[in-house]
Design a protein around this ligand. Structure first.
Ligand code: NDP
Length: 457
């Protein structure tokens, strides 16, 4: 049993039986088992003297999606070949609001990954304080190397099935890996065409058609606001800190930008080909160049080393061996192993903020907790993205747009409130705040209590 988890016999026994059941009912879904374990291991000790949650099978029901939609997505490539992908939407939990969560287009997408993401999303959305349930979806489609027309045809085919299952009061998808402004535009256009309705059914839309200011920046900026709050809570500051960041997409580049704005030094970025290292700290000009490279130009991060003399590229490796004060994994799941966590700890890293979803393997999380490293879990750290999506929903319902300054302030306050909720439930008698337990319990209580009110549905 892991360090971050149950340490009394009764809870440990419950936990073991519970996980056996989860594994039996969801065979071959390791990412989903990992996500459920991570949450349940902190919830069991909390509910051990609260029989109402046990009697009502709350944790069991929470680990079962309310609905899974699984469909064929046929489309035609530019050469006229018919191609077929697999589309999904996991509508996990609607206890506190319409299902809400991103769509991921990546060849690795499968049910296990989307169930883990949808399950996590339920707790994350609860933490934002907004009325949103949890969901996630996507397809095993790889947008890399596809023309704009191919991506458009794929998105239209995808939404031609999905449209009947979503709606502004039912399920409101957003972007995720491989789904940015271009894809959301194509899907929203097709939804509008089929239904003849202009409603806030997708978030992450362009500003011209109902998108919110600050949505693009929200996840990366929010992650760094959370890191700033963690450091402040422990009488430290982000100023002058050397920060390792992985990924070079939406989350990573905005995280790097906010580190810079708050006086820190973002040292690295990466993609699936390797990482770049700038010992002086990346400048705004370099971050903007990477945004353009990985956005409109759809290039590879290695090209940054050809462009800037103070940047080196390290092929097929991740940035975690570089000496630094903080690490913000911002690419994908399971990108920090136990061995890499040991290296980070040895190099004296003070804080980890998970900006990607579940980027640290469970033994890595255990190692950070045991070493007293501040550990901000994804569901709290990256909740700013869905938080501003929730605000996009509100603006769409009211048919209004708020000013950027208002949204910036709302995001900053939201991240502080999420941080403080984690502290409320995760403060230890000694040592650093247990943010993992704090985030899980704070997210759980609201959803669980709503489920209790509804009876057995
Ligand atoms: P993007 O698609 O914009 O960028 C993803 C980045 O991660 C790219 O640099 C990509 O490199 C890299 N990457 C993807 N898969 C791998 C892999 N297997 N190994 C190494 N690098 C990889 O995605 P986002 O920035 O939007 O999302 C990043 C993470 O943040 C995800 O975990 C996502 O779920 C999470 N997240 C995103 C939110 C958002 O608002 N966008 C909200 C909350 C969470 P390459 O170009 O080589 O593929």
């Amino acid at each position: 049993m892991s360090k971050s988890s149950v340490n009394d016999t009764k809870s440990a026994e419950y936990m073991e039986r519970y996980m056996e059941g989860v594994k039996k009912r969801n065979p071959g879904e390791p990412e989903f088992h990992q996500a459920v374990y991570e949450v349940a291991s902190t919830i069991f000790p909390y509910i051990k003297d609260k029989p109402v949650y046990h009697q009502n099978q709350i944790l069991e029901r929470m680990a079962e999606p309310e609905r899974v939609i699984y469909f064929r997505v046929p489309w035609t490539d530019d050469a006229g070949n018919v191609r077929t992908n697999r589309g999904f939407r996991v509508q996990f939990n609607s206890a506190i609001g319409p299902y809400k969560g991103g769509l991921r287009f990546h060849p690795s997408v499968n049910l296990s990954i989307l169930k883990f993401l949808g399950y996590e999303q339920t707790f994350k959305n609860s933490l934002t304080g907004l009325p949103m349930g949890g969901g996630k979806g996507g397809a095993n489609f790889n947008p890399k190397g596809k023309s704009d027309n191919e991506v458009m045809r794929f998105c239209q085919s995808f939404i031609t099935e999905l449209y009947r299952h979503i709606g502004e009061d039912t399920d409101v998808p957003a972007g995720d890996i491989g789904v940015g402004g271009r894809e959301i535009g194509y899907m929203f256009g097709q939804y509008k065409r089929i239904t003849n309705k202009f409603v806030g059914v997708l978030t992450g839309k362009g500003l011209e058609f109902g998108g919110s200011q600050m949505r693009t920046e929200a996840t990366g900026y929010g992650a760094i606001f959370f890191l700033q709050n963690m450091l402040k809570e422990h009488r430290d500051t982000i100023e002058g800190k050397r920060v390792l960041i992985s990924g070079s997409g939406n989350v990573a580049t905005h995280a790097a930008e906010k580190v810079l704005q708050l006086g820190g030094n973002p040292l690295t970025l990466s993609d699936s080909g390797g990482f770049i290292h700038c010992p002086d700290g990346l400048t705004q000009e370099q971050i903007d160049w990477v945004k353009e490279l990985k956005g409109a130009r759809r290039g590879r991060i290695s090209e940054a080393a050809d462009q800037f003399p103070n940047i080196t590229f390290h092929e097929k490796s991740r940035p975690w061996g570089v000496e630094a004060d903080c690490a913000v994994p911002s690419a994908t799941q399971n990108e920090v192993s136990a061995a890499e966590a040991a290296g980070l700890i040895k190099n004296g890293v003070k804080a980890i903020a998970e900006a990607a979803n579940m980027p640290c393997e469970q033994p890595a999380v255990d190692a950070f907790t045991e070493a007293g490293v501040l550990f901000g879990p994804a569901k709290a750290v990256n909740a700013g993205g869905v938080g501003v999506s929730g605000l996009e929903m509100s603006q769409n319902s009211g048919r209004i747009s708020w000013e950027p300054d208002r949204l910036r302030a709302l995001l900053e306050n939201m991240m502080r409130d999420i941080h403080d909720s984690c502290v409320q439930y995760g403060k230890a008698d000694e040592g650093p705040v247990n943010y993992l337990a704090g985030a899980n319990i704070a997210g759980f209580v609201k959803v669980a209590d709503a489920m209790l009110s509804y009876g057995h549905v």
